[in-house]
Design a binder for this molecule. Structure first.
Ligand SMILES: [Fe+2]
Ligand SMILES: [Fe+2]
Length: 474
């Protein structure tokens, strides 16, 4: 499956054979570029950035590295190869041939799923657009831009599906994806976490660790879809997504490493002394972690949802690793544990497995998240320090689902509003925390140099040295 790079829009979907579709997408392309110029990384238009570009969907050699100007990045449409025997693997259509066109009765739901996923992609670019001005190194600046261009490509992936399979309403939805703005009062992005600000690099690394990982789990669930074009598209998006989570995990890891180094040098755990030395104390890291974890678990939606049940039974959206689950893949009559409030405490109850699929995906996400936090703790342990980062209780600081509006402590105890108010400052980033982190931000633009609050990475990108000129300013 080769990619046609001579087309205006690189693609492996034989775009030149469908002139109407090609024209429609070529009409959307300049609108996308206008959006990129307005809402993409601020002031970056003339930089040469060492970026990877997708050139094939082969696992072995899908990418090519080189310096490019970001507006000239080749955003393209790449689908995982088609399998002629592809079947629907779950739900009421289990065992039937996968759909290559949209079934009429599932059209509205599929469109909604694609638009919701598509909306997150440009949203994160908008949230991150000012960060380039304060990058802690050229290496980090390059990683930010890599994530940004790939989120742009993920938008292309969803827009292709809308244009190709949903006719006029698909084209209208594709326009609307460029019309909404993260955090805008009148026309915001669809999901809450994508309207939050990403004001500093600690937030950026936390976002790519926690919130891009929500993306991973959503994409895994969509990669099971009985609508084969959606499954093929999301499978390829997952290849790119793992770098985004790497940026987050290694970014936070390097901040921890630097803080631990200074803690040992000064022989102190005192947050004020560490702040005075220009590094981020571990307590502040914990509060940022608590915030990003809790807003991200909300993205999975209500713990019981008839939409989630419908999407599954209809074969539109599966579970994480659907084919590894040892059950009938229909789930009628099965149950699943969710949390509830009972007698002033958090308790567990079993409910329909179909209606609790959001909760199940959230639980799978949490398992994955906890593992990475364990890897951060090993950095602290290796430095010989006693502090450990923890992941909050699932019910902590929730705005969606059973626990919306319920005050719950980090360790899962129900609190009165007064108790919550008294503790909130020690659990979530305060205005002072944010002001302190903001005060550390300042652009470091010399190859091989890093801001004081973050350690250099162990290795560079694509086996380049750490002091490589990842970005050239012109
Ligand atoms: Fe994405
Ligand atoms: Fe991502």
């Amino acid at each position: 499956m080769s990619i046609n790079y001579s087309d205006k829009i690189p693609n492996n979907v034989n775009l030149s054979e469908d002139k109407t579709l090609q024209r429609a997408l070529e009409h959307w392309q300049p609108e996308f570029l206008n959006w990129w110029a307005d809402m993409g990384p601020e002031g970056s238009q003339s930089f040469d950035v060492y970026l990877r570009t997708a050139i094939s969907v082969d696992r072995a050699g899908w990418t090519q590295f080189g310096h490019v100007k970001m507006p000239d990045y080749r955003w393209g449409i790449f689908l995982h190869p088609s399998d002629p025997d592809c079947k629907i693997n779950f739900g009421e259509h289990r065992g039937e041939a996968a759909w290559r066109e949209v079934p009429g009765e599932h059209r509205a739901n599929l469109r909604r799923i694609i638009v919701t996923q598509g909306d997150t992609e440009p949203a994160s670019v908008e949230q991150q657009r000012h960060l380039g001005l304060t990058a802690p190194s050229l290496y980090d600046l390059r990683n930010l831009f890599q994530v940004n261009v790939e989120e742009g490509r993920h938008l292309w992936a969803m827009v292709y599906l809308l244009h190709r399979y949903f006719g006029r309403d698909g084209r209208e939805e594709a326009e609307a994806l460029l019309g909404r703005r993260s955090g805008d009062a009148d026309n915001p992005r669809i999901l809450g976490a994508f309207n939050e600000r990403t004001p500093d690099w600690l937030s950026f690394f936390m976002f790519t660790y926690f919130t891009d990982r929500d993306g991973k789990f959503q994409l895994f669930a969509l990669a099971e879809s009985g609508f084969e074009p959606l499954a093929r598209t999301t499978k390829f998006m997952l290849t790119e997504e793992s770098h985004h989570m790497f940026v987050g995990e290694s970014g936070v890891g390097r901040i921890i490493q630097r803080t631990c180094q200074v803690m040992n040098e000064l022989n102190t755990e005192d947050a004020q002394k560490l702040r005075a030395a220009g590094v981020i104390d571990l307590e502040t890291l914990q509060r940022y972690l608590n915030f990003h974890f809790s807003v991200t678990v909300d993205l999975f939606g209500a713990d019981q949802s008839s939409n989630a049940a419908t999407f599954y039974s209809a074969g539109l959206k599966g579970r994480y690793e659907e084919m590894r689950q040892d059950d009938d893949h229909v789930l009628k009559g099965d149950d699943y544990p969710i949390l509830c409030v009972e007698g002033g405490q958090i308790a567990e109850k079993r409910v329909s497995a179909l209606s609790s699929l959001n909760e199940r995906l959230r639980d799978d996400y949490i398992i994955d998240t906890v593992r990475g936090v364990g890897r951060w703790n090993r950095i602290i342990e290796k430095a010989g320090l006693a502090f450990r980062l923890t992941v909050p209780h699932k019910a902590f600081n929730r705005k969606i689902g059973t626990f919306a509006g319920v005050a719950v402590s980090l360790d899962g105890k129900i609190l009165t509003q007064g108790e919550w108010n008294a503790r909130e400052r020690s659990w979530l980033p305060t205005a002072e925390d944010r002001a302190f982190v903001a005060s550390l931000m300042g652009k470091v633009a010399t190859p091989g140099h890093f801001a004081n609050w973050i350690s250099p990475p162990a290795v560079g990108i694509n086996r380049q040295p750490v002091d490589f000129a990842y970005v050239r300013f012109n």
